[in-house]
Every structure is written in structure tokens, then in C-alpha cells.
Design a protein around this ligand. Structure first.
Ligand SMILES: Cc1cc2nc3c(=O)[nH]c(=O)nc-3n(C[C@H](O)[C@H](O)[C@H](O)COP(=O)(O)OP(=O)(O)OC[C@H]3O[C@@H](n4cnc5c(N)ncnc54)[C@H](O)[C@@H]3O)c2cc1C
Length: 420
């Protein structure tokens, strides 16, 4: 493991710092630090969508929006380690990229693997600049961890046009209300085993036949949506991969999703340490309390384990290697730690813990925001249990989970009367 920047990496880091210093929206820095944390972009002095789009467009011109993408697709043509350095330096401004993360982190790399050069030339540059937001139309009310159990249908139109007609429903679709395009997986052959009868498309979210209904969350924001399709017409030219190859395409997207979620998200250890250091309780300074110190020691050990696991991946990237499924450990540990730390901080805050407005709440409401958002992080991009399965099967080589319906035609899998 190598902890130091190479001379080239250190030159790049200095260049990035200078660029951020000269170009970042500094008038928003304090507000971003005060109001924004995981899953919450709390700025009110400017329209958050406009502020996000402005920062994304500025980064794209300099090649810092999608650092590893080829320049001809709107990227920076840079290396994986340069992307890591950028992430380490972007600081609070990274919050402004949240609504583009599904596009540049997941849909973009999937298009680059499965779409033609012409399609990529058309779709990727406006995705990189943030002009066109993308969403992921995968999960359904009865298909999340078991994504291959999805029921949204795509059938060939009977007018000979070659178009597909889509009917069904998705749920949890982050940023669909801002999206111009969505990556949609649908069932095209219900008679095939569940993983084999699926096909992937990209759809224009402004098409007739799509209805987006935002869902109000516990933290007051509405980033997720339900999306309904009623006779949505999708041209065959929007298909990615062959008919029936959707599962393979979705794996490309899910591998990128696991690398995107959790990247550059802290454990909250620094915040709880700072908070406790300042806190006075009726029994004296909280930092001198044995129970508090024991908790801090426990989290310090876990934070160090995570830091060095991440360093191992970063060293691999620096050598031009691709980190493997061991990356799943990061999100699993970070999300649980953030939830535990938030709950503990609120216990220490006593009655003040019920305040959550950043201007009034202790520690600017950081822990309140985390308490409401960290459970979602334990689910998104693979729940804790699914990640444990991945680690068990693919890292530790343990026997695989039992999958009894793998080779059964989808329309013969027993259900509780659901319509296929
Ligand atoms: C913040 C957030 C953003 C999201 N954004 C999107 C998005 O933009 N687009 C999109 O398509 N989806 C999105 N999702 C959906 C997400 O992918 C699913 O919620 C997730 O895959 C879990 O599926 P589920 O909610 O249906 O839970 P289920 O799959 O029904 O799981 C319920 C419980 O059962 C457990 N479980 C399930 N299978 C197993 C198993 N084999 N072994 C052990 N335990 C198991 C799970 O761990 C969980 O505890 C988002 C979710 C969240 C929380």
C-alpha cells in the first residue's frame, strides 16, 4: 500500500486545488457546509437545480465533470487515480453534483459499454455538462434486491413499426422529476427464466405515456419518485444490447452503481469527535465520560479499518488495476456507522435533538439529517444483506445463496396471484 502521492499525482492535486479556488461558487461554500449532507442539498439562497447545473457545466468545460470519460464524449480523458484526487479535493461543492451522479456514475459507463459510438456522441456530452439529467428505472414495488423479478412489460407494437410499447410501474426513481432520459429495464419474454426475458432501453422522459409522481421523504425533501408507464412507445433504436440481454446490461450498471454510492462519503467519525469534544453534560465534559470514550474508540477502530481498505483500492487504481467486489465493504460499514453515530449524538443532545433546522439544531443539524437519511443508504445500491451475500460469495468464496427460481420460466414462478 502506498500512502503518498507520486510526483505526478501531487502536481495534479495542486492543479485541481488552484482550479477549484479560482472557479468554485465560493458564495455558496458556507451555506453548503451548513445545510447540506448526505442526500440533502439544503441551499436556499439560490435555486439548487440552477446552482448544480452551473457548477457541473463549469467543471465539464475544464474536464472535471466526468474525469475518466473520453474527451470526445465530454469527459476529461483522465485516470482513475486522478478522479480519486478530484473527489478528495472538491469538498462541499461535491454536493452540487448529486443530481447528476446516476448519469455520470452509472448510465454513462453503461452506454459506453453497450451503445454505438454515434449514440454516445449524441447522449454523453449533454449528460457530462449536466444539461440533461438521467435516472435509473430499475426497482419496482415487487422487485428491488430481486431485480430480475420485475414485471414492467415491453411488447413489440403490432403496427410493424418495430417500436416497443411499455406498461408498468417503477418506484424509488431518484431525480426522475428532473430527468430528460432514463435507463429502463423491462420484461420482453415472460415465458423465459426470469433473468433471460429482460431487455434494456433508454427512454425520453418527456414522452407521452410517462407519469412521474414525487414521494415526500422523512427529511422533507422529495428526491425519489414513482414512475408509471401507460402505452409508452419506445423506438427499437433505444434498445441497449440484444432482446433478452437486459440482465447482462443491468450488471454493467449495477457494478458501476456500487462504485458510485459511498465513494467519498465520510463515516461521520470526525463530526462526532468534534461534537463530543465541545459538549458539556450535567456530569462534566462529554469527552471525559468513559461510555462516550469507549464508543469513540470503537468507531475510531472501524474508521481506520475503512480508511486503509479504501487506501488499498486507491493504491490498486494508482497501479492501473481495477478494485473488485471487496469495494462492497465500504458502503456497508459507512452506512451503518453513520446511523449508529447519528443515534448516539441525538441521545447526547437530549431534548435539543428534536430540532433539525441547521440554523438552530446542535452541530447544525448534521446528526438529525443523518439519522433520517442513513437508513436509505443501507438500502440503496444493494441492501446490507445483499452486500453481505456479495462479500460472502465473491470475496470469501462461501457457498452461494439458494436460488430456486433461477431456471423456471418467469410466468410459471408461483406468486400470490400477481398479474404477469
Ligand atoms: C435512497 C435510495 C435511492 C434509490 N434510488 C433508486 C433509483 O434511482 N432507481 C432504482 O431503480 N432504484 C432505486 N432505489 C431502490 C433500491 O435499489 C432498492 O430499494 C433496493 O435494491 C432494495 O430493494 P427493495 O426496496 O425492494 O427491498 P427488498 O428487496 O424487498 O428487501 C427487503 C428486505 O429483505 C432483505 N433481502 C432481500 N433479499 C435478500 C436475500 N437474498 N438475502 C437476505 N436478505 C434479503 C433486504 O436486505 C431487505 O432488508 C433506491 C433506494 C434508496 C433507498
Amino acid at each position: 500500500m502506498d500512502f503518498e502521492d507520486s510526483p505526478e499525482e501531487s502536481t495534479f492535486r495542486a492543479k485541481v486545488r488552484m482550479w477549484i479556488d479560482a472557479n468554485a461558487p465560493k458564495h455558496l461554500e458556507d451555506e453548503l457546509r451548513r445545510t447540506s449532507t448526505i442526500g440533502r442539498l439544503g441551499i436556499t439562497s439560490e435555486d439548487p437545480v440552477v446552482a448544480s447545473k452551473n457548477w457541473q457545466a463549469k467543471k465539464a468545460v475544464a474536464g472535471y465533470a466526468c474525469l475518466q470519460w473520453p474527451v470526445e464524449y465530454g469527459g476529461g480523458g483522465l485516470s482513475a487515480i486522478e478522479r480519486v484526487i478530484w473527489q478528495q479535493e472538491e469538498g462541499p461543492y461535491a454536493q452540487l453534483s448529486l443530481m447528476f451522479s446516476i448519469g455520470y456514475g452509472m448510465c454513462g459507463p453503461t452506454l459506453m459499454t453497450w451503445a454505438s459510438h454515434e449514440t454516445n456522441r449524441r447522449l454523453l456530452p449533454p449528460m457530462a455538462t449536466g444539461e440533461e439529467v438521467w435516472c435509473q428505472l430499475f426497482s419496482e414495488p415487487a422487485a428491488g434486491s430481486d431485480l430480475a423479478g420485475l414485471r414492467t412489460r415491453a411488447e413489440l407494437a403490432d403496427d410493424g413499426s418495430g417500436d416497443w410499447i411499455v406498461n408498468g410501474q417503477k418506484v424509488w426513481t431518484s431525480f426522475a422529476q428532473h430527468a430528460r432520459y432514463g435507463m429502463l429495464i423491462a420484461r420482453t419474454d415472460p415465458g423465459a427464466p426470469k433473468h433471460k426475458g429482460l431487455t434494456m432501453f433508454f427512454v425520453d422522459m418527456q414522452s407521452p405515456g410517462i407519469e412521474v409522481r414525487p414521494i415526500k421523504q422523512a427529511n422533507g425533501q422529495a428526491t425519489f419518485n414513482e414512475v408509471f408507464f401507460t402505452d409508452l412507445r419506445v423506438p427499437d433504436a433505444n434498445r441497449l444490447g440484444a432482446v433478452g440481454q437486459g440482465w447482462e446490461v443491468s450488471i454493467t450498471m449495477l457494478m458501476n452503481e456500487r462504485a458510485t454510492i459511498g465513494a467519498n462519503i465520510s463515516t461521520s467519525f470526525e463530526q462526532i469527535f468534534d461534537f463530543v469534544e465541545e459538549l458539556e453534560t450535567i456530569d462534566g465534559p462529554a469527552i471525559e465520560d468513559r461510555a462516550v470514550r469507549s464508543k469513540l474508540a470503537h468507531w475510531a477502530a472501524r474508521a481506520s479499518g475503512l480508511k486503509y481498505t479504501a487506501m488499498r483500492s486507491i493504491s490498486a487504481l494508482s497501479r492501473g488495476e481495477t478494485p473488485g467486489p471487496e469495494n462492497s465493504i465500504g458502503k456497508l460499514v459507512i452506512a451503518t456507522m453513520r446511523q449508529e453515530i447519528a443515534a448516539f449524538a441525538l441521545d447526547l443532545q437530549g431534548p435539543a435533538g428534536i430540532l433539525d433546522a441547521p440554523d438552530y439544531a446542535p452541530a447544525r443539524g448534521w446528526f438529525q439529517a443523518n439519522l433520517l437519511r442513513s437508513p436509505a443508504m443501507r438500502i440503496e445500491g444493494g441492501s446490507d444483506e445483499i452486500l453481505r451475500n456479495v462479500i460472502g460469495e465473491r470475496v470469501l468464496g462461501l457457498p452461494a445463496d439458494i436460488r430456486i427460481d433461477k431456471n423456471v420460466p418467469f410466468n410459471e414462478i408461483p406468486t400470490k396471484g400477481a398479474v404477469r
